[in-house]
Design a protein around this ligand. Structure first.
Ligand code: NAD
Length: 353
């Protein structure tokens, strides 16, 4: 499996360096034959190539079997005409990575303030309120006068159907429960359609229990009793916000692994951003990116029918759980180690299992 590795900005280089060590170790242990191809995106690429991402890089990614994208300083990238392209958007849109899968679970050994839970947010990734990806060319956010802005939201049957199917298929491998999160009391037409399509797709999965929640109320429900939920399916922006909340409720945003998957390509990417407040201090939690790398291996294993890749993902998840329980982790999850030391301990544990 060929994986393009792009470290990114802020805490990206340090967390990706650790993730690369884990990928190399898991490749040795499970004989995966991983080939890691290192390249750049974000500020480093802007400096060197005049653009945060390039068409040549996209071609390399298309030709590879997967992509590991480090956190990006997307807020810094404001003007596409000056090469400041949001790399997340670039890959999600160009590769049609429509399903953003964001698991959140508690771990033994860490205080679970809200009780134990294990859920997955399945977020639509290619339309919704995201002005940089919901139209073919340009942006759907418009400055009408200096004091008036219009931002358009796009919801389509195709995108609703495919994200609903991802959610129900995932639920069939878990507790067979899908919760639809929406704002159909206000966005009556678009979110009304989203709910209807989720239920339509749900008809194909009769064993799966379905319920739905208005997004604002969902914030209260998930904080009150996260164990009520199994798979949560929602549109782009609601999923982005909700999944940061669920990651933090699980103990830390630094545990938020995620996969962006389409029908042909996939990208592992931590749920969080470049965390400039802690960058370069060797304190960032690398587990989010390590777990994302595991998910990418799992995606490939499922696609190609390769058990060794599924085993590698399971071993990464198991090692993360054991490391958290043993406090062999960064301080945000109750450990005392730095990013590098957390990675070294992770590799030792992975190889000794
Ligand atoms: P952030 O997600 O980077 O950080 C939020 C908080 O969580 C910070 O206190 C940070 O220190 C902490 N945190 C994040 N990751 C952590 C980790 N691995 N270990 C320990 N603590 C961690 O959000 P922000 O500071 O608002 O955004 C910073 C930049 O990241 C902005 O440019 C934003 O646009 C960008 N961003 C990018 C992505 C992405 O690449 N997918 C996602 C979100 C934000």
């Amino acid at each position: 499996m060929k994986i393009i590795v792009l470290p990114g900005d802020g805490i990206g280089p340090e967390t990706m360096a650790t993730t690369v060590e884990v990928l190399e170790a898991v490749s040795r242990r499970f004989d995966l034959g991983l080939e890691l191809i290192h390249d750049i995106a974000g500020h480093e690429s802007l400096k060197r190539h005049g653009s945060t991402v390039t068409p040549a890089l996209l071609e390399k990614v298309r030709a590879a079997d997967g992509l590991m994208l480090g956190p990006m300083a997307t807020y810094d990238f404001k003007d596409e005409a000056r090469g400041e392209i949001n790399p997340s958007k670039f890959f999600r849109k160009s590769l049609d990575l429509y399903a953003n899968i964001r698991p959140a679970r508690t771990y033994p050994g860490m205080p679970a303030r809200l009780g134990e839970f294990d859920l997955v947010v399945v977020r639509e990734n290619t339309e919704g309120f995201y002005a940089d990806r919901n139209i073919e060319s340009g942006s759907s956010e418009m400055l009408i006068t200096p004091d008036v802005v219009i931002s358009l939201r796009r919801i389509t049957r195709l995108c609703c159907e495919r994200i609903a199917r991802s959610a129900f298929e995932l639920a069939m491998t878990r507790d067979k429960h899908v919760s639809i999160v929406h704002k159909a009391n206000v966005l009556k037409i678009a979110d009304g359609m989203f709910i209807d399509i989720c239920h339509e797709v749900g008809q194909e999965f009769r064993e799966v229990r379905v319920d739905d929640f208005i997004v604002d109320a969902m914030m209260a429900h998930v904080v009150r009793a996260p164990q009520r939920f199994d798979v949560i399916v929602t549109t782009n922006m609601f999923g982005d916000i909700l999944s940061d909340l669920t990651a933090e409720l699980s103990g830390s945003l630094g545990l938020g692994g995620s996969l962006n998957a389409g029908s042909e390509h996939a990208m592992g990417q931590a749920a969080h951003g470049s965390a400039p407040d802690i960058a370069g201090q060797n304190i960032a939690n690398p587990f989010s990116l390590i777990l994302s790398a595991g998910m990418l291996l799992g995606w490939y294993g499922q696609r190609k029918g390769l058990q060794s890749f599924l085993d590698a993902n399971a071993a990464i998840e198991k090692t993360a759980a054991a490391a958290v329980a043993a406090h062999e982790a960064t301080r945000d999850v109750g450990g005392t180690l730095g990013t590098r030391e957390t990675g070294a301990a992770f590799v030792a544990r992975l190889l000794s299992a």
